[in-house]
Design a protein around this ligand. Structure first.
Ligand SMILES: [Ca+2]
Ligand SMILES: [Ca+2]
Length: 324
């Protein structure tokens, strides 16, 4: 299997070169190429900066590692709740370049268990990954599985997003959902957030029934967690230690990935209207549409890039999001 094929879309500079080459021959082409090299390409806001188009099977989450300058992409490979031990995590370079000839972390390997990896978070040299009813820790350099924390005894059914708190704990959402043979969604579990401290899990907060907690991120300005649900239009805030979450706004629903930009705006993906939606000053507004089944977002703050895994399309698009 070919793991990677990369499609870079540098439309502005490429078109410029092609146009001049057609008009002016080889010399003009060389000059244009020199100009393009000297001047950063102007980003077309309606074209992704990069597209990772092959080697992906049901990608759910993308995570940017600023230290190592790589994107991690989790691939469910099959049904999201199925324990088939064939999930995998790929690494690609800053512009989506191939790094690994085989998946970096592969459920197919004898010493790795990985069924349907979803959200990821980095803590030191540990890459935490949500995997149905377990959260697994891998060494981020070697890919070796270090630890697996089983949340099945606490009746987790659909662990989804992972984030590291400023208290050093690892927070994991549980959507609490299950899928029937006909694809119908039921809610046998709670919509909630787990905290893992010193390898011990506890229930941090329970959200409204059937909201299907999904994306979670720390909101430093609010000194609270922000959480969105796949089955709720509500945007939740939870202050650590508080008994309940509160609703701080609404959006289109079907929410999945959630990031907060350096300018303080939150951006989340919505399956309901195939969008990236901005949440700012208590209001949701559409940033970009035309992104079907957009799952858990990656964010490179230094380059103002958001990576969007298109769950049904087996591709990841990296978009430029300029700060305000
Ligand atoms: Ca799988
Ligand atoms: Ca998710």
């Amino acid at each position: 299997m070919s793991i990677h094929t990369l499609t870079l879309t540098r439309r502005a500079s490429a078109l410029f070169i092609l146009t001049l080459a057609a008009c002016g021959g080889a010399d003009a082409s060389k000059e244009a190429a020199a100009d393009a090299a000297a001047t950063p390409a102007v980003r077309d806001p309606n074209t992704p900066v990069a597209v990772i188009a092959e080697g992906l099977q049901t990608p759910e989450s993308v995570l940017w590692d600023a230290t190592r300058q790589v994107w991690y992409i989790s691939n469910i490979n099959g049904n999201p709740p199925e324990k088939d031990d064939n999930g995998y995590i790929l690494r690609v370079g800053p512009d989506g370049q191939k790094i690994d000839s085989l998946p970096f972390i592969n459920g197919g390997d004898a010493d790795v268990t990985l069924h349907a990896p979803k959200g990821m978070a980095l803590q030191g040299d540990t890459l935490w990954v949500a995997d149905i009813d377990a959260v697994r820790g891998f060494n981020v350099t070697s890919g070796t599985e270090i630890i697996s924390i089983d949340l099945a005894p606490m009746k987790a059914t659909f662990l989804n997003d992972v984030a590291v708190g400023n208290d050093g704990a690892v927070y994991i959402t549980d959507s609490g959902i299950a899928f029937g043979a006909d694809g119908s969604v039921s809610h046998p579990g709670k919509s909630r957030v787990f905290a893992v401290r010193n390898r011990a899990a506890s229930e941090a907060v329970v959200l409204p029934k059937e909201s299907a907690a999904n994306g979670i991120t720390w909101d430093a300005a609010r000194n609270a967690w922000m959480i969105v649900g796949y089955n709720s239009p509500s945007i939740f805030s939870w202050v650590p230690g508080a008994k309940d979450a509160t609703v701080i706004g609404t959006g289109p629903g079907g929410a999945d990935g959630l990031v907060i930009l350096t300018d303080g705006r939150a951006i989340y993906s919505s399956w309901a209207d195939s969008s990236l939606t901005v949440f700012s000053n208590g209001q949701s507004s559409t940033l970009r549409k035309g992104l079907p089944a957009p799952a858990d977002l990656g964010y490179d703050a230094a380059r103002n890039l958001i990576a969007v895994p298109l769950f049904m399309g087996n591709r990841v698009e990296i978009w430029s999001v300029e700060p305000k």
